[in-house]
Design a protein around this ligand. Structure first.
Ligand code: ATP
Ligand code: MG
Length: 486
């Protein structure tokens, strides 16, 4: 048996005075391989009395007794195995090893449990030792969009647009902190009192934000945007009624004919998803460069270069900003530039790129309406230190952006594209826009679901008509707009 501590057995042990927490496994230094066979009966140290149980909360799926047993068994396990050696094993063998030992501890301690409880206990303990602990079952689910952990006691998830409280809980805040530490250490970062905020990514691509005390008052707060392998397509958006069939066709044409597009929306409104859908209409022979803070886009074309910004390292050095990435892009002979999220002075560089022969560039931005998106763009440029009169900035915006698409998460949790809006030009100091499609809310049904429709505003010839004709898409555009009016 691997890594088991047995009496008089020469398996290397960690110093008794400083037991490594289970969660530090990922960073464990290499250790010499353990002897292949060890004595059968593990020496289980007397187990400390578990902490008094807290009152069971609503939504917990397991009994308080279960958590007490788990703590007892977990402590005995940690005292029995050598985590450093366990770290040498592949995940499957390590799980097997833990299973064997836990089964033995259960029988030595005469713990009475049903088979299903025993199975759940084994699973939970394996997750604690080898993975992300109580988060594992949530991470394994594909239907979850976000996981939000507010301290050790409360974990919320978003499923089907609705946020709900789960029965998941951590032993205490230090277990949660250890899991946060394990996540961020994978991207070479550290989170503690002196650097209490950190962005990271899970191996599956999920985006993670961690903020810990003293900034978060009631224990570490962990937010995970789950990475969706099977990204939604435009057909899915139509199926979910996020956009009408005709609206989707117009969006496809906007993507194909190389309009410069800004996708606007609130947090989690579906901006990145929509951007990903639009990139599906880019021709396979175009050279596309994507710039993101955390790579989320999944372009299917063969000629794509993906770039990612870099946060400063522990010494506060080595940062590469979005502005630097976008500027560098211009030296990479791009045909289109895609910026995951525009939030600062890179807005200026993106607009310039759009203006100088990189038609079909796209980006997303946080705003609640197309008009607000344009004014946010203006303030990003102003705050970036560019001393330009606002009229010039507005003209630049109009010369660059062709279409603003607004995404929204409605109060029933559904996501809708609420506006497809063209940017026409300026009149005096004012930017003139024109809606092509809007989502019209009509009310809600008994179940609280919002009822509404995507409506065409009756524009038959959008301002990108000539562009559509140039790419031979004008018939399709006219047909889609006609049907939308009918
Ligand atoms: N039209 C849609 N219908 C149903 N679910 C959607 C839709 N669009 C996006 N989602 C889901 O909503 C979640 C958030 O989407 P997305 O990451 O695109 O939002 P975002 O606006 O980019 O968020 P953020 O502001 O955090 O970057 C994802 O899990 C995604 O799969
Ligand atoms: Mg996003």
């Amino acid at each position: 048996m691997f890594g088991r501590r047995t009496e008089g057995q020469p398996v290397p042990r960690k110093p008794a005075a400083a037991p490594a927490p289970a969660e530090s496994r990922a960073k464990a230094p290499p250790a010499p391989p353990a002897p292949a066979a060890a004595a059968k009966s593990p020496q289980v140290k007397p187990v400390a009395t578990p902490k008094p149980a807290t009152a069971a909360r609503t939504g917990d799926h397991r009994s308080e007794n279960y958590y007490q047993i788990k703590t007892t068994i977990f402590n005995a396990l940690i005292d029995t195995i050598d985590l450093t050696q366990l770290a040498q094993l592949d995940a499957e063998s390590a799980r097997e090893e833990i299973r064997d030992i836990v089964n033995e501890i259960l029988s030595i301690k005469n713990v009475v449990m049903s088979i299903s409880e025993q199975e759940a206990l084994l699973q939970d303990i394996c997750n604690d030792v080898l993975g992300y602990g109580p988060l594992e079952p949530l991470l394994a689910r594909d239907d979850i969009a976000d996981i939000m952990v507010n301290g050790c006691e409360r974990t919320f998830i978003e499923v089907n647009g609705k946020v709900e409280l789960t029965g998941i809980r951590f032993r205490d805040n230090s277990q949660l902190m250890n899991i946060c530490q394990r996540i961020v250490s994978q991207v070479g970062r550290r989170v503690d009192e002196s650097s209490p905020i950190c962005d990271a990514r899970l191996p599956d691509g999920s985006r993670v934000n961690v903020i810990v005390p003293p900034l978060s008052i009631d224990g570490p707060a962990l937010t995970i945007r789950k990475f969706r392998r099977d990204k939604l397509t435009m057909a899915d958006l139509v199926q979910y009624a996020s956009i009408s069939q005709e609206g989707a066709e117009v969006l496809g044409i906007i993507g194909k004919v190389r309009c410069n597009v800004l996708i606007s929306g609130g947090t989690g409104s579906g901006k990145t998803t929509l951007l990903n859908c639009l990139t599906g209409f880019i021709d396979a022979d175009e050279r596309v460069i994507t710039c993101e803070d955390a790579a989320e886009l999944q372009l299917q074309q063969p000629h794509v270069v993906r770039l990612e910004t870099r946060p400063p390292n522990l010494e506060g050095q080595g940062q590469v900003t979005m502005t630097e990435l976008v500027r560098n892009c211009l030296r990479m002979r791009p045909e289109r530039i895609i910026v995951g999220e525009v939030r600062g002075p890179e807005a200026f560089d993106l607009l310039q790129a759009m203006n100088t022969g990189h038609d079909g560039s796209m980006g997303t931005l946080h705003a609640n309406s197309p008009r607000e998106a344009l004014s946010r763009l203006e303030s990003m440029i102003t705050m970036g230190g560019y001393q330009l009169p606002s009229k010039t900035i507005r003209e630049m915006i109009c010369g660059s952006i062709d279409v603003v698409i607004q995404a929204a998460r409605l109060r029933d949790g559904s996501r809708r594209i609420t506006h497809i809006t063209e940017v026409l030009g300026t009149e005096g100091d004012v930017i003139i826009t024109q809606d092509l499609f809007v989502y019209d809310m009509e009310g809600e049904d008994e179940a609280g679901k919002i009822i509404g429709k995507h409506k065409s505003t009756g524009i038959a010839r959008p301002s990108f008509w000539d562009r559509a004709r140039y790419y031979n898409q004008h018939h399709a555009l006219a047909a889609a707009l006609d049907r939308a009016q009918g």
